[in-house]
Design a protein around this ligand. Structure first.
Ligand code: CO
Length: 286
């Protein structure tokens, strides 16, 4: 059985999005820095309300999924379909933008720590125009398991060591695990060979084979069946993400991710004319 090597490191850099929310972006900060089907990974972490309080006021999406995982804080999600979700510490919101959604994501706290991630996962061409939908997953629905090599994992999507997370299947069958290891503890498992895999240590560092992966850098693993990670001297907490790649052309314009320029131009026209919202709202009434 071959073990996946650390093949490529995508460093995160400070960025701002929404109404000036300060964050760190690794995947997606340039077009060639994606890990098919993962388009973008943002980490936000601040104790200073000025960095996050303005939030993400109403904005559109089309053609992919957004997954928000809140470690600390409180965020309110509202969309034009009338969905309203309260995202609290440890919870996940899994949103399928499909053909179109206009939503806002606004912090509901005025002080304290706000920490979490937003991940964008691409949809295959044939599902990009499916109706929008979303799912709120409170922390209580996310299993926490002890790992055989020490440490613990929260299983958000997919199955780890026989424990199934609340999100199963989907077009790219993603695995989304939050893993915590003490100093020098190891984590090993098998993941289908066809999957893209990356690790993102948001605390501490990792040793993968002969290489070190620093805090806040995304480490893309090469081909193989087995993955093996070891926490550095300060321990580590990391996201482990894997999914079936789509191998389709990606054309992105801000919050729209399609397969061709023409589809992007259509998305912009639909947004400007109100069609993006109207079409989706009509379907919701049916
Ligand atoms: Co959004």
């Amino acid at each position: 059985m071959t073990t996946r090597k650390l093949q490529r490191i995508i460093e995160s850099v400070p960025a701002a999005d929404g109404a000036g929310v300060k964050l760190r972006r690794s995947l997606g900060r340039a077009n060639d820095l994606r890990v098919d089907p993962f388009l973008m990974l943002d980490e936000f972490s601040s104790e200073n309300p000025d960095d996050y309080v303005a939030g993400f006021p109403a904005h559109p999406h089309r053609g992919f999924e957004t997954v928000t995982y809140l470690l600390d804080g409180h965020m309110l999600h509202e969309d034009h379909l009338g969905n309203r979700g309260d995202l609290k510490s440890g919870g996940v919101q899994w949103m399928t933008a499909g053909r179109g959604i206009i939503h806002s994501e606004m912090p509901q706290q005025e002080r304290g720590r706000m920490r979490g991630f937003q991940l964008w996962i691409n949809l295959p061409a044939k599902q990009k125009m499916k109706p929008a939908g979303y799912r709120d997953i409170p922390a209580s629905e996310i299993p926490v398991i002890d790992l055989p090599g020490g440490g613990r994992a929260k299983v958000i999507a997919g199955t780890l060591n026989g424990t199934a997370g609340p999100v199963q299947g989907g077009s790219t069958e993603p695995l989304y695990w939050d893993i915590e290891l003490k100093a020098e503890e190891s984590f090993a498992t098998t993941i289908p060979q066809s999957y893209s895999v990356f690790a993102y240590p948001f605390e501490g560092s990792l040793e993968i084979g002969e290489r070190t992966l620093k805090t806040h850098d995304a480490g893309v693993l090469g081909s193989g069946e087995r993955i093996e990670l070891r926490a550095g001297g300060d321990g580590a907490r990391l996201l482990l993400l894997a999914a079936r790649p789509l191998r389709e052309p990606v054309v992105q314009y801000g919050p729209f991710v399609m397969n061709t320029r023409e589809e992007i131009e259509q998305a912009i026209r639909d947004y400007q004319s109100g069609e993006l919202t109207r079409a989706a709202a009509e379907r919701a009434i049916q």
